[in-house]
Design a protein around this ligand. Structure first.
Ligand SMILES: C[S@@+](CC[C@H](N)C(=O)[O-])C[C@H]1O[C@@H](n2cnc3c(N)ncnc32)[C@H](O)[C@@H]1O
Ligand code: SF4
Length: 252
């Protein structure tokens, strides 16, 4: 479908292809090791955005979100200033970002909460707890993520915790949800990854060969116990249903 300029209401802005993390199934790197050589490693400044999206265009939007395919918005210098530009010219639109949460200062996160306001939110992609999150979210520091998320929430920011379930973290889903509740995240959402799939052969893979920047390799696996349950509730927040089904599954 081809949209007319005036019909555009939602903008997905990839502010950078840079990232502080190295997730093994992310297209920005080769299985979590070397960076994808095709990436230019660039970022947009507030001035770039002002030229690309003039004030009249910002005014017509319902929503702008920063997620991206190759980078994390917290790896760019002007992310806060760019959100400020959109908010200044459109107080009603929804603003959001998806992030690993492991960069910037608590002051930055406090300011972000104020700029986004009640019509904005942050999705923290955190796949585990202190001893497991970094197994997929390589190079991130769990304590820093929690400190940043708490600063954002304490400043009035609305936060959601997205948790990709793997074999190495499936035993911690309920504990992570309890932590999310105690920190006052608005939502906790678990997801099963669709990336255990080989495009070359068109079949589901049992494992994914991961690497890190030191050249060490590990094997990632999809969830084992939860596999049937999470398939049904992919991208949902129905954890109580999951717990119920899981316990009935275990007693059989
Ligand atoms: C490239 S990331 C960019 C946003 C941000 N850096 C982040 O990770 O949230 C885009 C989305 O891909 C998701 N993602 C990363 N690895 C994934 C995987 N193995 N399966 C499914 N989604 C994945 C992230 O959680 C995020 O929602
Ligand atoms: S945090 Fe996001 S952008 Fe960064 S490597 Fe992981 S999935 Fe990719």
């Amino acid at each position: 479908m081809i949209y007319k300029y005036n019909d555009i209401k939602t903008l997905h802005l990839e502010v950078t292809d840079k990232c502080n993390a190295a997730c093994p199934m992310c297209a920005r790197n080769i299985n979590g090791g070397e960076d994808n050589p095709q990436l230019p490693e660039v970022e947009l400044t507030r001035s770039d955005v002002e030229v690309m999206f003039p004030v009249e265009f910002v005014k017509q939007l319902d929503r702008m979100y920063m997620c991206g395919n190759y980078g994390d918005p917290i790896a760019a210098k002007d992310t806060l200033e760019i959100f400020q530009y959109f908010r200044d010219h459109n107080p009603k639109m929804t603003l959001s970002l998806h992030t690993n949460g492991s960069a910037k200062t608590t002051e930055w996160w406090t300011k972000l909460a104020n700029v986004l306001g009640p019509k904005g939110y942050v999705v923290f992609s955190v796949d585990g707890l202190a001893d497991t999150n970094h197994l997929y979210r390589q190079n991130t520091v769990f304590s820093k993520i929690m400190t940043n998320a708490q600063a954002f929430i304490n400043a009035g920011g609305r936060a959601r915790w997205d948790y990709i379930v793997f074999a190495h973290n499936e035993h911690q889903v309920a504990e992570a949800e309890a932590l999310a509740t105690s920190m006052k995240f608005e939502k906790f959402q678990f997801k099963k990854s669709a990336r255990f799939f080989s495009n070359a052969s068109g079949v589901t893979k049992e494992m994914h060969q991961a690497a890190n920047r030191k050249g060490m390799t590990t094997l990632l696996q999809p969830p084992l116990i939860l596999s049937i349950e999470t398939a049904h509730y992919k991208n949902s927040v129905r954890l109580p249903v999951l717990k119920m089904k899981l316990s009935s599954c275990l007693v059989k």
